[in-house]
Design a protein around this ligand. Structure first.
Ligand SMILES: Cc1cc2nc3c(=O)[nH]c(=O)nc-3n(C[C@H](O)[C@H](O)[C@H](O)COP(=O)(O)OP(=O)(O)OC[C@H]3O[C@@H](n4cnc5c(N)ncnc54)[C@H](O)[C@@H]3O)c2cc1C
Length: 273
């Protein structure tokens, strides 16, 4: 690891209360879950902080349960936990499909849903799923708990409404009616960051979300309205083109991403008809 470990301190949280007290009293402390994103930053020499707080002993945050008809996925649930959960398999199949395609087995064993949300990459594979499922992000801070609709959680590129003294404790998903759909397009089937990632629900009206086509994951309200009102698929794709803003980067080009996004929406709409 390029960052020498003597350069930072690592604490371990025993309770959620202790963890929140550390974040409140020691500003700049970086929470650690599976560490799969943070480790990459340390390895490449960009140090996210000098003080780190290991959340892994907070077992209650790893639980996946059902409350008042809503699926509650603890922030520390790993991708492997998600794939093994009967509740997720029966209620949010598209999250199981996304989890199977994150990294490889090792990353799925360590990487967490909360880490994916907090890392706030527009290419995060679970993000379009939670956008299309109209989930809420549950945050806990010194002043208590608050719920933020997923579509209001991100404020810009790698930026969210989460305050530095707050932890994501869970994501809550209402019952999803309608066929669920997930597709990821990357360089390979495993160990590949998405060039474009797509999740959708064939509800009335349909709900569609894309990642890696803008600074944050996006819902596609104009495309959804066009499809829901029975417009021709080509007209819906014209709307889609207006509401995404992909860029050229090391993983792909804007033009390719536009074409793939259109193909994914067409495939979803025709295959779920
Ligand atoms: C080889 C490799 C392949 C990968 N492939 C994929 C992929 O295919 N798809 C994909 O989406 N991602 C991929 N990733 C990225 C990463 O594995 C995921 O984003 C993962 O979900 C991060 O979770 P984590 O628990 O490891 O987060 P960590 O690295 O522990 O944390 C990530 C960020 O979130 C913050 N954080 C973590 N938990 C919380 C919390 N509960 N509350 C508040 N802040 C928190 C941390 O402070 C940090 O800023 C890959 C990474 C690697 C190294």
């Amino acid at each position: 690891m390029r960052t020498a470990s003597r350069d930072f301190t690592l604490r371990r949280a025993r309770t959620l209360k202790d963890a929140l007290a550390v974040l409140r009293d020691e500003p700049g402390t970086v929470p650690l879950a599976g560490c799969t994103d943070v480790y990459v930053a340390l390895q490449f020499g960009s140090r996210p902080g000098e003080r780190y707080l290991d959340l892994t002993p907070l077992k209650a945050l790893r639980r996946i349960s059902e409350r008042d008809g809503r699926l509650v996925i603890g922030a520390l649930a790993t991708y492997t936990d998600v794939q093994r959960s009967r509740l997720v398999r029966s209620r949010l199949r598209m999250l199981v499909e996304a989890s199977r395609l994150v990294g490889g087995i090792q990353i799925q064993n360590r990487g967490t849903v909360g880490g994916n949300l907090a890392n706030a990459s527009p290419a995060g594979d679970t993000l379009p799923v939670f956008a299309a499922a109209e989930a809420d992000v549950v945050l806990q801070g010194p002043e208590g708990e608050r719920r933020v609709p997923f579509t209001a959680f991100y404020t810009g590129y790698r930026a969210s409404v989460r305050r530095p003294d707050e932890l994501i404790t869970a994501v809550e998903v209402p019952a999803v009616e309608g066929r669920q759909w997930f597709r990821k397009v990357g360089m390979r089937a495993a160990q590949a960051i998405s060039k474009v990632v797509f999740a959708a629900v064939r509800s009335t009206p349909p709900r569609l979300s894309l990642g890696s086509v803008g600074p944050t994951v996006v819902r596609l309200p104009r495309t959804e309205r066009a499809l829901g009102s029975g417009a021709a698929l080509d007209d819906a794709i014209t709307e889609l083109n207006d509401e995404i803003s992909p860029i050229d980067d090391l993983r792909s080009t804007a033009e390719y991403r536009r074409q793939v996004a259109a193909n994914l929406v067409r495939e979803f709409w025709t295959r779920t008809a």
